[in-house]
Design a protein around this ligand. Structure first.
Ligand SMILES: [Fe+2]
Length: 270
């Protein structure tokens, strides 16, 4: 196998990995190097991959154990740990900045997306470096956020299944700032629509506070925009980034991404 190389894609985050074929078994040293590269660069891009569901799931374990996604109506019937991101399923692109599945006690370390069908223009995915966002805040505001905790639950859609509400709807509390378990740095961590409230604050004030934070924190200098090509795999570190989809593509074309999330640690501030 050629040697793995890591090429930064943006001054703040994102790196392209070459010399790794995710369709073949990965040895321990490569898996370890990929985990470290993810913690450092926060978004990894692999080009021209050709994966079966089985191989995709096996490759994902380099970053952690695949975990069940809660909108089970979109999971692949024979491979329920792969979710289909596809507007023809009735989904709308997630255009608001967020990190995934914060309503879980052990939320994902990473979200992995595989580009299976890509529209001819638009439909990209943007990823923002929330470690850099935290570092850029004034000292006083960092101390204020360090003390906050969010109460998270499933946000749900009209087609959310009752069994998913049952399994994933109970409130889970997480710190608003979390320490990365591999990198040791701090990042701002929340999902605006999965936050029922910030502890001690009304839902309305909480929403306004989070919206204001997103507004001030997310800037082009800390954002990598991924323009999809068929066969791309994008790995996003959910512990220190937020991401969003772009709905700016022709809906008569297909945009299909296979999504895997892998389990991480319980968020904590050290
Ligand atoms: Fe997401």
């Amino acid at each position: 196998m050629p040697e793995m190389t890591v090429t930064p894609l943006h001054p703040s985050l994102g790196a392209e990995i070459s010399g790794v074929d995710l369709g073949k078994p990965l040895d321990d040293a490569t898996s370890e190097a990929l985990s470290r590269a993810l913690a450092e660069h926060l978004a990894l891009v692999f080009r021209q991959q050709s994966l079966t569901p089985e191989r995709y799931l096996a490759a994902a374990t380099a970053f952690g154990p695949p975990m069940r996604q809660h909108y089970s109506q979109h999971n692949m019937p024979d491979h329920p740990d792969i979710g289909l991101v596809w507007h023809r399923n009735g989904q709308r692109p997630a255009e608001m900045w967020h990190t995934d599945h914060t309503n879980r006690e052990l939320p994902p370390a990473a979200t992995i997306l595989y580009g299976v069908e890509i529209p001819s223009a638009g439909g990209g995915t943007s990823v923002a470096n929330m470690r850099a966002a935290y570092a850029a805040l004034p000292e006083e505001e960092r101390r204020r956020l360090d003390a906050l905790r969010t109460v998270n639950s499933l946000d749900g859609h009209k087609d959310t299944r009752p069994e998913d509400w049952e399994k994933f709807g109970k409130p889970i509390i997480h710190p608003m700032v979390r320490t990365h378990p591999v990198h040791g740095s701090r990042a701002v961590y929340f999902h605006i629509t999965k936050t029922l409230c910030i502890e001690g604050m009304s839902p309305e004030d909480s929403r306004a506070c989070l919206a204001d934070l997103l507004d001030r924190m997310i800037r082009p200098e800390i954002t990598y925009h991924h323009a999809w090509r068929k066969g791309d795999v994008l790995v996003i570190d959910d512990r220190a980034t937020m991401h969003r989809a772009h709905g700016d593509y022709d809906r008569s074309q297909s945009r299909v991404l296979w999504r895997i999330i892998v389990e991480g640690d319980r968020p904590r501030l050290i």
